[in-house]
Every structure is written in structure tokens, then in C-alpha cells.
Design a protein around this ligand. Structure first.
Ligand code: ZN
Length: 508
């Protein structure tokens, strides 16, 4: 086949079904939304789509851009938004002959019309292209994989890393697998195993126990059995059927792929008791941070995880820090109302604000502060680190405030703290802080891992809480929680010391 034509596109959303409101088209437009040739701009990024485009070009294939849209993780997506994005992809594929399709999915999207729109999209593409055109997809390690997402594909490739730093490589891998199917004409079998339990994001880091061992096994199976193995511990803040831990294996021999999937699934099941998460109370954590030697201390506000759909306006740590007279803290708060007050007052002005905690009643109380507006910006920056390097993102209008010797970066839009440019672009030096609040579970390490001193997991309130029995699950999902919940609670009963809660959980 001379220069195969490969359609490229996708819809990327991690939906927190406990978040208030609905994600509309502007949520995608404000983050990543590319239609037609514009999508080729992603070739300059270390994203999955960048990996697709690069691998296709290297192989002499012709890429056919369709639509790619991603929003920052957030509430349930309006179904008509999904339909519009889907129709954009389908129309572009229908428009011209294609020899294969590559889709970038997150794999944990939920709409108000469907618990599994990712699976519906895969099926719709398969129905359009017919049985003989190969289709490969990439998914996030936090995908809640459904049977429909797997059926009808030739490969489902998940990230191997959390923090996620291998999107580009996984995009290339999926493209290479697709091209191999085209070149050899060999069938590819995809096997999916679901483990019916959920795990805390704070225990899913791929350089820690137990994920490190599981990823190592996946790679060994890939080498020895000649298969592709994807592990997706899943996104635990979605009250839908397909939530949970998945193993997906693909290969050109059905029996080998099945054996590898079963071995991998058994290893995951054996490891489930090792996903033990622990955290200090907000007061314990702030006290520990204020006397810590190894700075900047990272205060992990995982319950307000912006990368998990939380609003990024949680105030629990800031409130306690200010109450105890702490200085040298750096935190972000998404709060458009406060930004408007700061913009009105101007740089250098002193303002009184009711800061944060306005999206819902799950993330603390607004904090009354007197602040100096140090800097006002448009909140735009470009990722220069290891997470989707090249992505251009915007926090909307942004104010850098001094609040009693602490730095609060207040923005109109929430932005995932996955790149140090979020602070550096605002004139804030993370290395010079005494403590940094990260509204993230693990992925913050891609931004601040190299400057981090002591790391303290903090039991803040929020919809990404690592103590999930606080969330209003439907009864059928509640059965998947118990061991995670009970063990996590037990670790909070330890007295404060300067060792991180996670370390102590590991020592036990
Ligand atoms: Zn993820």
C-alpha cells in the first residue's frame, strides 16, 4: 500500500460525576479544540496526537486530521457537546477514503445522556469504517475501560506513567501498531479484563508500590509474549458501571493475548491490598509543614485535584495556614469573582476578598483576606516540562496576591498544576517557597518533583477525597470501596511527625 491515509482525532475528558454543573463546549474551547488542518499544530506537542502525527510522518503515511477536543477534567459533559464533537470526527472520516483510524481518548468521559460515550464513539467509528479498516486508540491510565471501548479496536494503548509523561510515546506506539496491521494484514486480538475495585489516585503512582511492580510485569509480558499490555487503574470519581481497574492486552495470537491478560489481571488482584493510602488532617499537616526542614514542603491537596475534576478553589489548607500565622505558602485558587475585584483595583492596590470555595459547599469555606495585588496577567503560559510539553494553556485573567506573607495565585479558570510554568510565568519561583499547595494527587510531580522537599498528604475536604465513603455513591458501586476506605482511615490515626503519611503507610 502506498502512503496509507490515517484519520486522526479524538475526544478527551475525565468526568467527575460528583462535580456540580455540566461541562459545555466552552470547557473544550478553553483548553484544546482543533478542527481539520488546525489539528496539525499538535505535532509540536508531546501529546498522544503529537505522537500519532510524528509516527505517521516518519512511516510515510498521510495523516487525515478530523477533530480533537479536550477539556480540563470537570463535571458531566452535556451530551449534545459530545454528539457535536463526535459528528465532527465522523464527518471528516466519511468525507474521504481512509485506510485506518487513530483516536485519542481519555476513557473516563460521562455525559448526561450516556455513562460510556467513549465506547459509543469507538462503536460509531467502527460502524462508519466497516470491519476491515483498523482502528487503534490511546487512553489515559485513568480510563474506566468498558467492553465497548475495546470491541472493534485493533489496539488500546494506555499510558505507562503516572505522573503522565509518556503520551507522545504511547501515541507513537498506537500508530506503529496500526501501521503494522495494515502492512502485514494480520488480525489483532484485544482482550479486556476488569477488576471490580477502585483505588486511591495517591496510590497509583507508577514509580511507587504497587504500580511499579505491575508496570514491570506488563513490560515483561510485552517482551516475552510479543503482546501490547495496558494497565488502567481507572478514575475512581465516576459513579458509573465501567469504573474500576482494567487490563487490556492485544496481540496477533488470541491465545497468547488471553494468557497474558489473565496473568496480568491475577497480579493486579494479588496487589489490591497494597493500595493503602494515608493522610494527615489539615491541622496536623500545616503544623508539620511549618517545622519541616526540607523545603519547599509540598502539601498535597488531593481532594481538590483539578486533574480529577475538582474546582481548584478549595481553601482548607490556606485557611488553617493563615489562622496559625504561617508565611511563605504558595497556593492557587480559581475564583473569577476575586479576580474581577483585583483587576478593578489594579496592581499595587490593597483589596479585601472572600477568597475561594464558591463552586460548591464541598471544598471548605471562603476565606476573608486583606491582600496586596502584586501582579495582573492574562494567565497564559506554555508547558515546558514533561507533561504535554508544548501545550498552550490559559488560566484566564490572573492576579498574584500577597496575603500576610503568602502568595496566592488567583485565576478565572482552574488549571492543572502539571507544569511549573503555571507559577513561573506569573513571576512566582516555586523553589523559593516554604510550602506549595498542589491541587493534585500525583501529577504535580511533573511540575515540582525536582524542587520538592518533604511531601505531606493532606486530608482536605473535596470531591476527589481519598476517603471515598464520604461521597454519595449509588449502592451498586459502594461494594467496590470497602478495603480502600477502611485501610485509609486507619492510617490517619497516627500522631503527627515529620515523616510523610504515605511513607508511614508503606512502612507498616
Ligand atoms: Zn490520568
Amino acid at each position: 500500500m502506498t502512503s496509507p491515509r490515517i484519520a486522526v482525532g479524538g475526544i478527551y475528558h475525565e468526568t467527575n460525576t460528583f462535580a456540580v454543573g455540566t461541562t459545555a463546549l466552552d470547557g473544550f474551547a478553553a483548553y484544546q479544540y482543533f478542527v481539520g488542518d488546525d489539528l496539525r499544530r499538535l505535532a509540536a506537542t508531546r501529546s498522544e496526537t503529537g505522537g500519532f502525527l510524528t509516527a505517521l510522518e516518519r512511516a510515510g503515511a498521510t495523516s487525515v486530521p478530523t477533530t480533537y477536543a479536550a477539556a480540563v477534567p470537570s463535571a458531566t459533559v452535556a451530551h449534545e457537546v459530545y454528539e457535536r464533537l463526535r459528528d465532527g470526527i465522523l464527518a471528516a472520516i466519511a468525507d474521504q477514503p481512509v485506510d485506518g483510524v487513530l483516536l485519542t481518548l481519555h476513557g473516563a468521559m460521562v455525559t448526561d445522556g450516556s455513562p460510556d460515550p467513549d465506547g459509543e464513539l469507538v462503536r460509531a467509528v467502527r460502524d462508519l469504517i466497516g470491519p476491515d479498516v483498523p482502528l487503534a486508540v490511546t487512553i489515559d491510565l485513568h480510563a474506566n475501560v468498558s467492553a465497548a471501548m475495546v470491541e472493534g479496536t485493533q489496539a488500546v494503548v494506555a499510558y505507562d506513567t503516572y505522573p503522565h509523561v509518556d503520551m507522545f510515546e504511547r501515541g507513537q506506539e498506537a500508530a506503529d501498531l496500526l501501521l503494522e496491521v495494515l502492512r502485514t494484514g494480520r488480525e489483532r486480538h484485544v482482550v479486556h479484563r476488569k477488576l471490580p475495585f477502585m483505588t486511591a489516585p495517591g496510590m497509583q503512582a507508577t514509580d511507587g508500590d504497587p504500580m511499579r511492580d505491575l508496570v514491570a510485569l506488563a513490560h515483561r509480558l510485552e517482551r516475552e509474549a510479543g503482546v501490547q499490555v495496558s494497565l488502567a487503574p481507572g478514575f475512581s470519581y465516576a459513579d458509573v458501571d465501567c469504573v474500576g481497574f482494567s487490563v487490556v492486552v492485544s496481540g496477533d495470537d488470541a491465545r497468547t493475548a488471553t494468557q497474558a491478560a489473565d496473568e496480568m489481571a491475577a497480579a493486579v488482584d494479588d496487589a489490591k491490598e497494597r493500595f493503602v493510602y494515608g493522610a494527615l488532617s489539615v491541622a496536623e499537616a500545616c503544623a508539620a509543614a511549618q517545622v519541616a526542614q526540607d523545603r519547599p514542603v509540598i502539601l498535597v491537596d488531593a481532594a481538590d485535584n483539578i486533574g480529577g475534576g475538582a474546582p481548584g478553589d478549595g481553601t482548607a489548607i490556606l485557611q488553617e495556614w493563615l489562622r496559625t500565622g504561617g508565611r511563605g505558602l504558595v497556593t492557587t485558587i480559581a475564583d473569577p469573582e476575586s479576580v474581577a475585584v483585583c483587576v478593578e483595583a489594579g496592581e499595587g492596590a490593597t483589596v479585601r476578598l472572600r477568597l475561594g470555595a464558591k463552586t460548591d459547599d464541598q471544598h471548605g469555606e471562603p476565606v476573608d483576606v486583606t491582600a496586596t495585588v502584586q501582579r495582573l496577567t492574562d494567565g497564559r503560559y506554555r508547558h515546558l516540562g514533561s507533561y504535554n510539553r508544548g501545550y498552550e494553556v490559559s488560566m484566564g485573567r490572573t492576579a498574584v496576591l500577597d496575603v500576610a506573607g503568602n502568595t496566592v495565585v488567583v485565576s478565572e479558570l482552574k488549571a492543572m498544576p502539571f507544569d511549573a510554568q503555571q507559577l513561573v510565568s506569573q513571576g512566582v519561583d516555586p523553589a523559593a517557597a516554604d510550602a506549595i499547595v498542589v491541587k493534585s494527587a500525583i501529577a504535580w510531580r511533573a511540575a515540582y518533583g525536582d524542587v520538592a522537599g518533604e511531601v505531606i498528604e493532606v486530608d482536605t475536604p473535596g470531591i476527589c477525597t481519598s476517603f471515598p465513603d464520604r461521597l454519595p455513591w449509588s449502592p451498586e458501586r459502594a461494594a467496590m470501596l470497602p478495603h480502600w476506605t477502611l485501610r485509609a482511615h486507619r492510617t490517619t490515626q497516627h500522631p503527627t511527625d515529620s515523616t510523610t503519611a504515605t511513607q508511614r503507610a508503606e512502612e507498616r
